[in-house]
Design a binder for this molecule. Structure first.
Ligand SMILES: Cc1cc2nc3c(=O)[nH]c(=O)nc-3n(C[C@H](O)[C@H](O)[C@H](O)COP(=O)(O)OP(=O)(O)OC[C@H]3O[C@@H](n4cnc5c(N)ncnc54)[C@H](O)[C@@H]3O)c2cc1C
Length: 386
């Protein structure tokens, strides 16, 4: 198999590349400077059907697998763009497909597939619980045909650029639980109905990411927007983690390839001391090393994606793919910056922008320490640290 997947995947790659050509470096650079959301890009992607990749055909999507969805996100990042603007829907689609009722799927999936409804936000992280999701405190209390939500979420991205938000909230107090993984529930919140009640406070970060602090104060959600069974939400979210990790790995690999491409091109052209800097092993070898690391992470990503789509267990592979790809893209980012010398810091070269963007993958949506803990505890059978 050629690196980058099977032959039919080349049609997807070519299609996404073609679309991305209309959104060159200058487009992303301007948005980054002005902290603007890439609306035109996301609209074009939705119109071409790429955002509906994971939605089954019966609901108007293309019914593709995580393998293909990953290729779409990879190509966006490889083109110099940032798939973070539109990846949420793919990250959470499994939760909806597996646990939403038929009625909920019929109501929401077709307009999402047509690009009329945007599902670009999911709210898990809280200031007090951090990576320890089972400790989250945002409370959803049932009152008749509604749930009333109170609490705070942090780092919740694209809330202003989305119509729907997937929310994880507590429906049973932590102290009352015997099994601490129970008691959390998933809701699909229609943001258009709670605007004005849900306070959204932008949180500036080192990259153009549109993330926010959310304050829920007696925010009402219709009980029919509960996904699956009350109290099972943590399980549902965990079920989606393998897909999420494979998709993040794909984005990181896209970044890594962009860094290697740019470093290689610059190292060939830039002449100092009478020869291209790429002839020096101090420049050439780090690029070659970064390339090898990206390609090996890519093998793990395709192994994980293949297993996921075949319905095989893939926890170890998905976690390793995320770990290796995020490390490889960060290494490639540093190599690319070094190769460019001072120009790596100049905004017009886009290296510093991608450098800031790719740094996130080692930390979010899950920190690499938690990935290593998963491998240590669950795969290697070492004692738990938590
Ligand atoms: C730009 C951005 C966008 C984001 N978007 C979203 C979003 O849309 N929705 C959402 O829900 N969240 C979002 N997040 C949050 C993100 O998922 C969290 O930041 C991440 O999961 C880490 O949680 P934390 O920041 O609370 O770190 P903490 O849990 O406080 O961890 C801090 C450090 O301690 C380490 N650590 C903690 N416990 C252990 C342990 N037992 N063993 C070893 N090391 C440990 C961690 O690895 C990390 O290095 C976003 C974050 C950022 C920065």
């Amino acid at each position: 198999m050629a690196p980058g997947g099977k032959e039919e995947h080349w049609a997807i790659r070519d299609g996404v590349r073609k679309l991305c050509r209309d959104f060159p470096d200058a487009y992303w650079r301007r948005l980054d400077r002005e902290e603007e959301y890439p609306r035109a890009f996301v609209d074009a992607l939705a119109a071409a059907g790429y955002l509906a990749a994971l939605i089954p055909e019966e609901y108007g999507g293309s019914g593709l697998g995580v393998t293909e969805a990953g290729i779409i996100l990879e190509e966006i990042n490889r083109s110099g763009g940032n798939a973070a603007a539109c990846h949420a829907q793919m990250y959470v689609m499994g939760t909806l497909l597996r646990h939403a009722s038929e009625q909920q799927k019929r109501r929401y999936l077709p307009p999402i597939a047509r690009g009329e409804l945007r599902l670009q936000a999911f709210a898990v992280t809280e200031p007090n619980s951090g990576s320890e999701t089972t400790r989250l405190e945002t409370r959803a209390e049932r009152r008749g045909d509604r749930y009333v939500v109170n609490g705070q979420k942090i780092f919740i991205s694209r809330v202003r650029q989305s119509d729907l938000l997937l929310l994880l909230a507590r429906t049973t107090p932590y102290e009352e639980l015997e099994d601490k993984t129970q008691g959390l529930s998933v809701f699909l919140v229609d943001l258009r109905e709670v605007r004005g009640k849900l306070q959204v406070q932008p949180l500036e970060t080192m990259m153009n990411h549109h993330t926010n602090v959310l304050y829920f104060e007696d925010v009402e959600i219709p009980a029919e927007n509960l996904i699956g069974k009350e109290g099972r939400g943590f399980r549902y979210i965990i079920d989606g983690w393998n897909a999420e990790r494979i998709l993040i790995a794909s984005e990181a690999i896209g970044d890594g390839r962009w860094f290697v491409d740019r470093a290689t091109a610059y190292a060939r052209e830039r002449v100092v001391f009478g020869r291209p800097i790429g002839a020096n092993q101090g420049v050439q070898f780090p690029i070659a090393q970064a390339y090898a690391r990206i390609e090996s992470a890519d093998l793990m990503r395709f192994e994980a994606a293949w297993r996921f789509d075949a319905g095989a267990t893939c926890g170890a592979q998905a976690n390793m793919a995320k770990l290796l790809a995020s490390q490889a893209s960060w290494e490639a980012a540093n190599v690319c910056l070094d190769t460019h010398g001072g120009y790596g810091f100049a905004r017009d070269y886009d290296v510093e922008r991608k450098f800031r963007e790719t740094r996130l993958y080692t930390v979010a949506p899950v920190s690499n320490n938690l990935i290593l803990a998963f491998l240590g505890h669950n795969i290697l059978g070492l004692p738990r640290s938590y």
